[in-house]
Write a protein that binds this ligand. Structure first.
Ligand SMILES: [Zn+2]
Length: 132
């Protein structure tokens, strides 16, 4: 029997990787229009709309949303090799999304591995210090 945690609904969940407008870090959202990574960044942007005024004008001129621009920024950081086929019209941003998500997941796992190694190293140092 299939685990309730592994339902097709779980697999089909929409995920979008974007560059946060406030802190400039890569982040992930389930909503396509999300442009900030946290409530802290959302409030900061709300209090300082001048920080993204130029970007909003530019996006409007290009007939895209600011969020679409932030998705493209994430793609350029994670999969710069996809820029050429997108610009050539042989690949769409939507079709490239799985590759961008996979690159983001690899980055998250890389960071997690480094944190785990650091944690193990620190725990070993604490254990050695307490036995000394
Ligand atoms: Zn942020």
């Amino acid at each position: 029997m299939r685990s309730p945690l592994l339902t097709p609904v779980t697999y089909s969940r929409k995920r979008y990787v974007f560059v946060c407008l406030a802190c400039d870090r890569l982040s992930e959202a389930s909503r396509a229009d999300q442009v900030t990574c946290s409530s802290c960044c959302r409030v900061h942007l709300h209090r300082h709309p001048e920080l993204v005024a130029d970007l909003r004008v530019l996006a409007a001129k290009m007939h895209i949303t600011v969020a679409q621009g932030q998705h493209a920024a994430a793609l350029l950081r994670l999969c710069p090799e996809l820029e050429a086929p997108i610009m050539a019209g042989t690949l769409t941003m939507e079709a490239a999304r799985p590759q961008v998500l996979a690159a983001f997941d690899r980055l998250v796992m890389q960071v997690a591995r480094q944190l785990a190694e650091k944690s193990t190293f620190q725990n070993r140092a604490i254990a050695e210090a307490s036995y000394a």
